[in-house]
Structure formats: structure tokens, C-alpha cells
Design a protein around this ligand. Structure first.
Ligand code: ACO
Length: 373
């Protein structure tokens, strides 16, 4: 027998944050040449949430993170690692994960961003679970957060009808009890990178007046090609993840697919030969929230009582890159603890700490001056 314990990564906390403002299809139809009937029949989407000016990917992520820590009953300072995944990060750098670390007061956590477009949450969960299995971390926060409505061209009916804003977070914790994240597969095909991209703003095409005037800072998508790719890979990745966990499709209670288009989910369900009611679908109210869509759907299903401790789920995503992936998860729920932690209190302390650290850096600069730099 191995002298090292077998470690499992359990999902012990979960939380979401969505902006208050809702944009319905009928409102969209006053902005571009489309209709509620076309959007519902082609995508299943009825409405989406849109960020307010004072909100951002980091503020939504921090709100979702605090709720997840509250469910897990975990003090933010006990986090070892924060992985934020987003297709609409706050900046190229610093990482949105670092802004979240500061906002929630995760004083001992490393923090980095992971980019895998809409598959990001699957990739991040896999990575978080691997840190725990290897013994490198005990408590990991993963967050998918999006403000994609800031990157859509509101004149382009092919894309502006699809996307919405929101965030979802999981807390992963180490345990020797079997369960939690049972398998994870990740795949990519960069030859399809141009099918879904944001052309400008990176090192290849830095921002210029021309990139702005020609709309290169908006999402560009070949919808039909992405549709075909997605319909193919969901069923394939689901089967691979189930096999990697040593299970069968019948062992799975629910499949939680990335919420991009109801027709893509229906096609996947046909390939898997299962009924649609074994899938969690909430895209009608959120649209495509990219990295946030899977945790948003999971959290809603938990709230509705559709997911209970011991249930086995497949979480499956696809997106730009191209990327795709799936994980089998055995739902756990929070670990029993004696005392109640109040992460909101830590959030107030985090603000104070952040302010003091900035102040200390300023004073340090004044004392040491330029000659000592
Ligand atoms: N309202 C009315 N008509 C429209 C609209 C609209 N919003 N959008 C397109 N049309 C028109 C087109 O102009 C076209 O008209 P034409 O035949 O006269 O040329 C017609 O409708 C059909 O267009 P298609 O592109 O063939 O429509 P399709 O049925 O493929 O639906 C859609 C388009 C919804 C974009 C679909 O292709 C899709 O969902 N693709 C996948 C997109 C996706 O999942 N993206 C996210 C991936 S995850 C990530 O990483 C962010």
C-alpha cells in the first residue's frame, strides 16, 4: 500500500452572482433586426443579464466567491489557490484572480487566470482538483466570470443575441473520503481558433484607431461552424469523462452542459440517446455566459433540489480555441464544521487591508525615495 493518502477534491461550496438588469429578446428587437420568435426558435434564449457600469468581471467574481465560501463555511484566509477563468477578464494583466484575492481577503492564496473560453470552468476545475490530489493545495477557489456584453457589437445580430453576464464559483476541498471530482478530460484544436475570436487588443493586433473603427475589439464568430463542432464534441467528451471515471451513462443522474444554444444541447442528447430532462438547461434566462454558464446551471439545480449529495453529474463544456472538456463529479456538499465562518465580515476586513497595503506602499515610496529604487 502507498504511504501517501489518496486525496479527493470535493465541491464543498458554490455561489453565483448575476447583474440585476435583464435584457429581453423584445428589447433586443428594438436595437437590431431580429425578433423574439427567431431568437427563441434558433437558440432557446429568452433573456440575459447585463452588467451595470459600476460592475465588472472582478466584482461579479468576488460576489460569487463570497457566497461559495459561505456555503463551504471556509475563511478566505484558508484558501491556498484561486483560479479565475474568463473570456472577458478585467485586464490583459493583472490577472482578475489577483483582484478577487484582494477583494475577498484571501491572504495566503496564489492566484492566476486561466483562458480556455467557454470550456474554462471545466479546465479550472480539473486544475484545482489536480492541485488537491497532488497534495499541493487543500482549499481551492475556482471562479468563472463574464461581462461579455461589453465585447459584443450591438449592431451584429449574429452575436449580440447570444451572450449574457454573470459569475459562478466552486470551493474545492481535500478529503480522504472518495467522491468529488472523479474524472476530467480536456481537449483542444487550435486550427479552429478563427471560428470564435476577439481579433484585436492583444499583442498581434494592438489597439489603434483603425482596430476600433473596424470593430476588431468585438466578438467575431462563425456560428454555423461552431454549432457543428459543439454538437459533435459534447456527446464525445461526456462519454470519455464517464469512461475515465470507470462509470456508465446510467450511473449519471444529470448532465450539465455549457449553456450556449438549446439546439446544440438537443443534438448532444440525441447522440447520447438520453432524454432532455437528464440535462440541466437554464440558458433561456441567462443566454451564453461562457465560463460562468456551468456553475450557474449547477447552482440553480442544487437550489431546486435536482442535485443531492451522492448524485453523479457530468459537467461538459466547449468554446473558443477551439477547446472542449468534461468532468464527472460526485456531489458532496459542505464538510461538517463546528463554528460558523462569516466570509462577508472578512470582505470588510479585506477592503481595510487592501487600503492599508496601498497606503503602506505609498509611505514606503516617500521614505525611500527614487535614489534607493
Ligand atoms: N435574427 C434574425 N435572423 C438572423 C439572426 C437574428 N438574430 N441571426 C442570423 N439571422 C439570419 C441569418 O442572416 C441567415 O439569414 P440568410 O439565410 O438570409 O442569410 C439566417 O438567419 C440563418 O442564419 P444561420 O447563421 O444559418 O442561423 P443558425 O440557425 O445557424 O443560428 C446561431 C445562428 C444561433 C448563431 C447558431 O449558429 C449558433 O448558436 N451557433 C453556435 C454559437 C455558439 O455556441 N457560440 C458560443 C460558443 S462558446 C464560446 O466560446 C463563447
Amino acid at each position: 500500500m502507498s504511504e501517501y493518502p489518496t486525496r479527493y477534491a470535493h465541491i464543498t461550496g458554490w455561489g453565483t452572482a448575476v447583474p440585476e438588469k435583464v435584457l429581453t429578446n423584445c428589447e433586443l428587437a428594438t436595437m437590431v433586426d431580429t425578433s423574439d420568435e427567431w431568437i427563441v426558435s434558433h437558440t432557446g434564449i429568452k433573456e440575459r443579464h447585463v452588467v451595470a457600469p459600476e460592475e465588472s468581471s472582478a466584482t461579479l467574481a468576488a460576489d460569487a466567491a463570497i457566497k461559495a465560501l459561505d456555503v463551504a463555511n471556509l475563511d478566505p484566509s484558508e484558501l491556498d489557490l484561486i483560479i479565475v477563468t474568463s473570456a472577458s477578464p478585467e485586464h490583459l494583466f493583472p490577472a482578475t484572480a489577483c483582484l478577487v484575492q484582494d477583494r475577498i481577503g484571501a491572504t495566503k492564496a496564489g492566484a492566476f487566470d486561466l483562458l480556455a473560453a467557454c470550456s474554462g470552468f471545466i479546465y479550472a476545475m480539473n486544475m484545482g482538483a489536480q492541485y488537491i490530489r497532488s497534495g499541493a493545495a487543500k482549499n481551492v477557489l475556482i471562479v468563472g466570470t463574464e461581462t461579455l456584453t461589453r465585447f459584443v457589437d450591438w449592431q451584429d445580430r449574429n452575436t449580440c443575441i447570444l451572450f449574457g453576464d454573470g459569475a459562478g464559483a466552486f470551493v474545492l476541498q481535500e478529503s480522504e473520503t472518495p467522491g468529488g471530482v472523479l474524472s476530467g478530460i480536456m481537449r483542444s484544436d487550435g486550427s479552429g481558433g478563427d471560428l470564435l475570436c476577439l481579433p484585436a487588443g492583444g499583442s498581434k493586433m494592438p489597439a489603434t484607431a483603425e482596430t476600433v473603427s473596424t470593430g476588431q475589439h468585438f466578438i467575431h464568430m462563425n456560428g454555423r461552424e461552431v454549432f457543428r463542432f459543439a454538437s459533435r464534441v459534447i456527446a464525445q467528451a461526456t462519454r470519455e469523462a464517464i469512461a475515465a471515471a470507470g462509470l456508465k451513462l446510467d450511473d449519471i443522474k444529470l448532465i450539465v452542459p455549457h449553456q450556449a444554444n438549446l439546439r446544440i444541447i438537443e443534438s448532444a442528447v440525441r447522440h447520447l440517446e438520453i432524454s432532455l430532462d437528464r440535462c440541466v438547461v437554464n440558458l433561456d434566462r441567462y443566454g451564453n455566459t461562457s465560463t460562468a454558464s456551468i456553475p450557474l446551471a449547477v447552482c440553480e439545480a442544487v437550489q431546486d433540489g435536482r442535485i443531492q449529495p451522492g448524485d453523479r453529474l457530468v459537467l461538459v463544456g466547449f468554446g473558443g480555441g477551439l477547446t472542449w472538456g468534461a468532468s464527472v463529479v460526485e456531489w458532496s456538499g459542505p464538510f461538517p464544521t463546528k463554528h460558523k465562518v462569516r466570509p462577508l465580515k472578512y470582505r470588510v476586513l479585506a477592503r481595510l487591508r487592501s487600503w492599508l497595503l496601498r497606503g503602506a506602499r505609498h509611505v514606503e515610496g516617500l521614505i525611500w525615495g527614487r535614489e534607493n529604487q
